[in-house]
Design a protein around this ligand. Structure first.
Ligand SMILES: C[S@@+](CC[C@H](N)C(=O)[O-])C[C@H]1O[C@@H](n2cnc3c(N)ncnc32)[C@H](O)[C@@H]1O
Length: 318
């Protein structure tokens, strides 16, 4: 974990209380802490840094680390590496979804947060326009790979063909990415371990439907985004899953209660200030549908429509 991140971190267990974390480094390489720990000066909880990866999860999310399935599986790693980077090794089939989302990023000297960053494509894109970028995800496997890309500045991986049959793939990546500006950490979208109003830009791309408390995730974003000159790039397929979240907390598609109707309309209203989750509210700059795809095996593809909203907020326009 790069040293520049440490002074902006807070304890996720104590959040939203802003309790700083003190760093003890036992192995370093330049400004990168490879082994060490971060300790909350208030609750005394410690967060490990191993092989450069800081794990900043609250106690209640720690069991996500031990599973080798879901987003920590080898199959998922192959799928997301293809989805994020295939245009660099396999142009014609690639999804251009990441180009669409990143086309909204604006030049600023501020920081950006990529929530549920997976293997890091949008974090790298954000490094073209932001002075610092933090990519975060609960998947240790994704974050380890994203940090490897950041260090090697090229992609090497085993692409699943079918079953356990794989092919080695490798390629260079976009020369305009500013790798030194980026860091990846393991963290939870519902307990963000960052100081209030730290970020000028936040992205939540295909994450809302994956978290157990979607509204709490949005409230966390409001907390860490600046009040003035801030951008929120949101996208989701709204394919709610009862195995992930109780229908009582879904933000659309319900038959009764405050969140009946379509997700894109409800999130647009929330971003515009309804219900008080986002304050100051956002002005919606643009919205639309993105064709996004994930490659599971050579013969199995998921084609997804992700619906996006881009909001900006300026304090003096409240
Ligand atoms: C559908 S994938 C989308 C990944 C990436 N944003 C993209 O669009 O390519 C959902 C991502 O959210 C991550 N995730 C799920 N629950 C999370 C949580 N509570 N906090 C942070 N990340 C989470 C998963 O590990 C996965 O990388």
């Amino acid at each position: 974990m790069k040293r520049w991140l440490q002074e902006k971190l807070i304890c996720p267990e104590c959040a939203p209380a802003e309790n700083p974390l003190s760093l003890t480094a036992t192995r370093e390489e330049g400004d990168d802490v490879l082994e060490g720990e971060l300790t909350c000066l208030s609750c005394q909880r410690t967060y490990g840094i191993e092989e450069g990866v800081a794990v900043l999860l609250p106690e209640s999310s720690m069991d996500l680390l031990s599973t080798g399935s879901g987003y920590n599986s080898k199959a998922m790693l192959s799928s997301y590496l293809w989805s994020h980077f295939s245009e660099f090794f396999n142009g014609t089939d690639a999804t251009d979804a990441y180009r669409t989302w990143s086309s909204y990023f604006k030049e600023t000297d501020g920081w950006a947060l990529d929530i549920g960053c997976s293997v890091g494509r949008l974090s790298f894109e954000l490094s073209k326009t932001h002075s610092r970028v933090v990519g975060m995800d609960t998947s240790l496997s994704f974050i380890k790979k994203a940090r490897q890309l950041l260090k090697q500045k090229r992609l090497e991986f085993e692409l699943i063909v079918e079953g356990h049959m794989t092919e080695q793939r490798g390629c260079t990546l976009d020369r305009d990415w500013n790798y030194d500006r980026v860091e990846f950490v393991v963290a939870d979208a519902m307990a963000l371990p960052f100081q209030r109003t730290l970020f000028s830009t936040a992205t939540s791309i295909n994450v809302l439907e994956k978290v157990p408390q979607p509204l709490h995730h949005l409230a966390n974003i409001n907390h860490v985004l600046k009040d003035d000159n801030a951008m929120f790039v949101f996208s989701d397929p709204f394919s709610w899953d009862e195995g992930v979240s109780d229908p009582g907390v879904w933000l659309s598609g319900r038959t009764e209660g405050p969140f009946t109707g379509r997700g894109i309309d409800n999130i647009s209203r929330l971003m515009a200030g309804d219900g008080g989750t986002f304050h100051p509210p956002f002005e919606i700059l643009d919205q639309g549908d993105v064709d996004w795809k994930i490659r599971k095996t050579e013969n199995l593809w998921e084609h997804i429509t992700s619906q996006f909203l881009v909001g900006v907020r300026h304090q003096n326009r409240r």
